[in-house]
Design a binder for this molecule. Structure first.
Ligand code: ADP
Length: 441
């Protein structure tokens, strides 16, 4: 196409739009190309007095086809350069620039075709040419009207986009407000929970301090009372012995029997007082284990000797197994003997027939010392309670016990760094196991 007079600008613009549509550019792109083309055409007409316009379809960078528009100026461009009057023109296109080949300088612009455009075959090209040849160029007025329409459409679209943007902004703001509200709510909840936890901890601390104080005063009370009781009770026993001494004035048989009763009651009382004192001492931490290398065989042998005398029932056999070598551990011999004696004592006390067996078993870095009997057994729900002070299983013969033996034994085992465990069922006997660390040699 030749661009020589003002009116040609309209025709070039119209043609540009038609070609853009024919090669498959979308509506928006058609207007972009047409607008850019008319701007550049106006510039060239003003600067060099005209140009020849040619449309080409060829590959652009990136492999996609593009519509190329070349405007060859009728006279050389000043300094071989071209800058569009309106800087915005370049933004309507993919490329816009001056290009020289074989001495000819052209202003060249391009816009890439959509990816799904069918390839421009020779047949299609011929058809396009024919179609474009048929359409007669419209008058400048017609093109102006079209241009107006396009302008209105473009304005509409801009307005639409602006509305959409406003809507999106509002939505975003709404979402933000929601997120902020949620965040505030969550942090308030967290704060409230934290406050609750802090309060609970404070209460817990207070309660455990109270508990400690109560336990300490109980131990102190027990220690004081038992200490104060020991002297008069010992005096009663001594006086009783004095009364029944052959060197004293003889008593009538009835009197002798009564004094003996007083003496044995006092002896029972003394053992209770002693137990209480022991327990109070253990609880207040006034017992300090004396750590030595303890030979379990010696401990077992000694216990067997002293307790054989206690096995008064012929139907009950006391079996003490020899501990497997090397039977040593780091502990306090006196306290450990006290614990085992206590357990054996109970086992013999609560077993009518069968056997009481003590054995030692090494389990890694621990010793398990167990006392098993074939006695009445203890219901599972009482396994915790029998370790409480003064608790005795109801319904079985108490045989003068105080209910302080097991709590004391457990205290001592804890002091020795171990645990005292119980496995028992009614009718199946009981096993008390002392688990102690072997300790360093
Ligand atoms: P005590 O033997 O002086 O009554 P303990 O604290 O040693 O007190 O034991 C508490 C209670 O646990 C006993 O009264 C008894 O009811 C029960 N008990 C302890 N050892 C055994 C055992 N080997 N078999 C059955 N019951 C037992």
């Amino acid at each position: 196409m030749a661009l020589r007079v003002e009116q040609d600008i309209f025709i070039v613009r119209q043609r540009g739009r038609e070609v853009a549509a024919a090669v498959g550019l979308e509506h928006q792109d058609q207007i972009r190309v047409a607008t850019a083309l008319s701007e550049v055409a106006r510039d060239l007409l003003r600067i060099v007095g005209g140009a020849d316009v040619a449309f080409t379809v060829a590959d652009a960078r990136g492999g996609r086809s593009a519509l190329w528009v070349d405007l060859a100026p009728v006279r050389p461009l000043p300094e071989g350069r071209y800058e569009p009057q309106s800087g915005a023109v370049a933004r309507l296109l993919d490329t816009l620039g001056v290009s020289s080949s074989e001495g000819d300088t052209v202003v060249r612009m391009s816009r890439r075709l959509p990816a799904n455009t069918p390839p421009l075959t020779a047949a299609r090209l011929a058809k396009l040419r024919a179609e474009l040849g048929h359409t007669a160029p419209a008058s400048a007025l017609d093109e102006l009207a079209t241009q107006n329409e396009q302008l209105i459409a473009a304005l509409d679209e801009v307005r639409g986009q602006r509305d959409e943007l406003a809507r999106l902004n509002a939505e975003l703001e709404e979402t933000n407000r929601g997120v902020m509200a949620l965040y505030t709510q969550l942090s308030e909840e967290l704060e409230a929970t934290n406050r609750g936890v802090v309060a609970l901890y404070a209460e817990l601390d207070e309660k455990s301090a109270q508990l400690r104080a109560a336990s300490e005063s109980k131990s102190r009370f027990l220690a004081n009372v038992s200490h104060e009781l020991r002297a008069p009770v010992t005096a009663i026993i001594g006086l009783g012995r004095l009364l029944t001494d052959p060197a004293s004035d003889p008593l009538s048989p009835a009197q002798a029997e009564q004094v003996e009763l007083i003496r044995s009651s006092a002896a029972d009382l003394l053992s209770l007082v002693n137990d209480l004192l022991d327990l109070a001492k253990a609880e207040s931490g006034r017992i300090e284990p004396e750590w030595t290398q303890v030979d379990l065989r010696a401990v077992f042998g000694q216990l067997q000797g002293t307790l054989r005398a206690l096995t008064t029932r012929p139907a009950v056999k006391l079996v003490v197994e020899d501990p497997p070598a090397p039977a040593v551990l780091r502990s306090d011999e006196v306290l450990l003997s006290q614990v085992l004696r206590n357990l054996l004592h109970n086992a013999l006390k609560f077993t009518e027939r069968g056997e009481v067996r003590m054995r030692a078993e090494r389990d890694g870095d621990r010793w398990c010392l167990s006392v098993t009997d074939t006695g009445a057994g203890i219901p599972p729900e009482l396994h915790g309670r029998i370790f409480e002070e003064f608790y005795q299983v109801p319904g079985i013969d108490r045989r003068g016990g105080t209910g302080l033996g097991l709590p004391y034994a457990r205290r001592l085992v804890t002091l020795l760094g171990g645990t005292l465990e119980l496995a028992s069922e009614p009718g199946r006997g009981s096993t008390f196991t002392v688990v102690l660390p072997v300790g360093e040699e």
